[in-house]
Ligand binder design. Structure first.
Ligand SMILES: [Zn+2]
Length: 305
């Protein structure tokens, strides 16, 4: 969602927030991607720099939301050994699933203001949801974990900005810092929009120039955005947005996740969760796997094009 105020949130708020603050660890996916929280906790992950995000403590019990298991949806593209596997070997990619499932219950954590260079914004937001209640945070998490698996199968080292969909945050500042600390080759923030029901289609958000801050990432981010756009449309069939951007590319200077990035980065709004047709797609696991495959193809094109 793209409100028209000076420093808008990325996505429309799904509802009011109440409760108390919790924290969130950042993780690095190891060589063997895990599909269950137990495996996530036990072996496949390493704490990013060994430290929780500011103000945070480890999120306990994430047992409520198990990451998706691609096995239920058939073999992924990479597991079928298509020619482009290994094409991302040596690349470091950050995948940032927007929002978090616990954000809505923790207003004191997510509503605190953080510096985004040209202003201050909320640490994080709750995201939107379909009319039936499928949350954007859950969609982002599911797509992102599928994407991580696909990218890793192609040889990339991949970092996620959160460990599950039951925690809180991290703040947009930390989401950017994760990629910066890793000196990532590229980063993507995965979102879905909450526009009027008649609006449809997807769009990429690329960083606008903030002189003296992000000059170096403008050109590569634009290339990354075009690569992801082309692959996403080809792979999913979702049309270009009919309500934002030009040919599905929008440029913004109000998003902390882009303003603060020192590595090439874009956001993707995968479609409009308030549009019934797109909501039906988003709630289909097979479609979400197509989203992940398409975005992996986009990264492959970016690094090999
Ligand atoms: Zn969002």
């Amino acid at each position: 969602m793209i409100p028209f105020d000076v420093f808008p949130s990325v996505c429309r708020l799904a509802g009011s927030v109440t409760g108390r603050s919790r924290g969130e660890h950042t993780v690095i996916y190891g060589r063997k991607f895990a599909t269950g929280l137990t495996a996530l906790a036990l072996g496949a992950l390493t704490a990013c720099n060994g430290a929780p995000s500011p103000g945070g403590s480890p999120v306990g019990g994430g047992g409520g939301a198990r990451p998706p298991t691609a096995a239920a949806d058939g073999p992924s593209r990479a597991s079928r050994n298509l020619p482009n596997d290994r094409s991302l070997r040596g690349k470091v990619i950050v995948v940032d699933p927007g929002h978090n499932g616990g954000n809505g219950g923790n207003p004191s954590y997510i509503n605190r203001q953080v510096d985004v260079i040209n202003g201050r914004k909320a640490c994080d937001t709750t995201g939107t949801a379909t009319a039936s209640g499928y949350s954007e945070a859950a969609f982002n998490w599911d797509v992102s974990t599928r994407l991580v698996k696909e990218l890793r199968a192609r040889g990339a080292r991949v970092l996620l900005t959160r460990t599950n969909n039951t925690g809180v945050g991290p703040c947009i500042t930390e989401r950017a810092a994760i990629g910066n600390r890793a000196k990532a080759d590229a980063a993507v923030s995965v979102h879905a929009d909450g526009a009027r029901p008649s609006a449809r289609g997807f769009h990429i958000i690329q960083p606008g120039r903030l002189r003296g801050h992000n000059d170096k990432i403008i050109a590569p981010s634009a290339r990354l955005g075009r690569a992801l756009r082309d692959a996403y449309r080809a792979g999913t069939g979702v049309p270009y947005s009919n309500y934002l951007g030009a040919n599905a590319i929008d440029t913004r200077t109000d998003l902390g996740g882009l303003n603060l990035s020192t590595v090439p980065k874009v956001f993707i709004e995968c479609g409009n969760m308030k549009n019934p047709g797109e909501a039906a797609k988003f709630t289909d696991p097979k479609f979400r796997q197509r989203v992940a495959d398409s975005l992996a193809d986009g990264f492959t094109a970016y690094f090999n094009g």
